[in-house]
Design a protein around this ligand. Structure first.
Ligand SMILES: Cc1cc2nc3c(=O)[nH]c(=O)nc-3n(C[C@H](O)[C@H](O)[C@H](O)COP(=O)(O)O)c2cc1C
Length: 191
């Protein structure tokens, strides 16, 4: 991995699918810029209905890919981490079936870098046996799944178990995972 001395990730591709946690994507993007030399974003069409791509572009001039038919072969070779957050039940199902019907899902099949998925959904969706099976399958297929936590389900403003960890904790968990992958660059780094 070719990363700078100060930042442990060289180039992260942040995949945003259409969960309500898209509302936190700006905060997550800012946090990722603190630990990566370069951040590129890819959004599903559903995500773009919840979070304007231009808002994310405004953050440190981030490149935001929004055309689902962008050629995945044009994605830079420098990407060393693909973080899909939030990952909807729908996108998780596609990933676990090898479906590539937009740039995010196609990239997940095509990229050979480390892939981390952060599911985000209501408690009922998270407890659904099909979602559980799909996550287990992803875990067994070289995706690292960061389990959701207790949070506020904003659609009904009630507590749920299915929320994505907040951006600081999420990035810490990602770095912890990368560290456990035995990569020397991460050992000394504290975000
Ligand atoms: C307001 C709203 C909030 C949603 N939040 C979630 C969510 O948090 N998690 C989830 O899995 N699906 C959620 N959905 C459903 C997804 O948007 C839907 O399954 C969509 O097809 C996902 O597409 P994508 O996976 O390609 O982004 C929500 C839908 C709406 C209308």
């Amino acid at each position: 991995m070719a990363s700078s001395y100060l930042k442990p990730i060289s180039h992260v591709l942040l995949g945003i699918s259409g969960g309500i946690d898209c509302l936190n994507s700006a905060k997550l993007l800012i946090q990722l810029w603190k630990v990566a030399d370069r951040v590129t974003v890819v959004m599903t069409p559903a995500a773009m209905r919840m979070m304007p791509a231009d808002s994310l572009r405004a953050i440190n001039s981030t490149e935001v890919l929004t055309d689902p038919l962008t050629n995945h072969m044009s994605l830079p070779d420098s990407i060393d981490l693909f973080l899909i957050a939030p990952a909807t039940a729908n996108t998780i199902a596609k990933l676990s079936s090898g479906i590539g019907d937009n740039l995010l899902t196609t990239a997940a099949i095509a990229l050979s870098c480390r892939r981390v998925v952060a599911p985000s959904m209501s408690s009922n969706m998270w407890e659904n046996t099909i979602v559980q099976r799909n996550c287990k399958f992803l875990q067994d297929s070289n995706f690292h799944v960061i389990p959701p936590t207790v949070g506020t389900e904003v659609l009904e403003l009630k507590e749920c178990y299915g929320a994505m960890p907040n951006e600081k904790i999420l990035v810490k968990l990602v770095l912890k995972h990368l560290r456990q992958q035995n990569t020397k660059e991460f050992t000394a780094f504290q975000p």
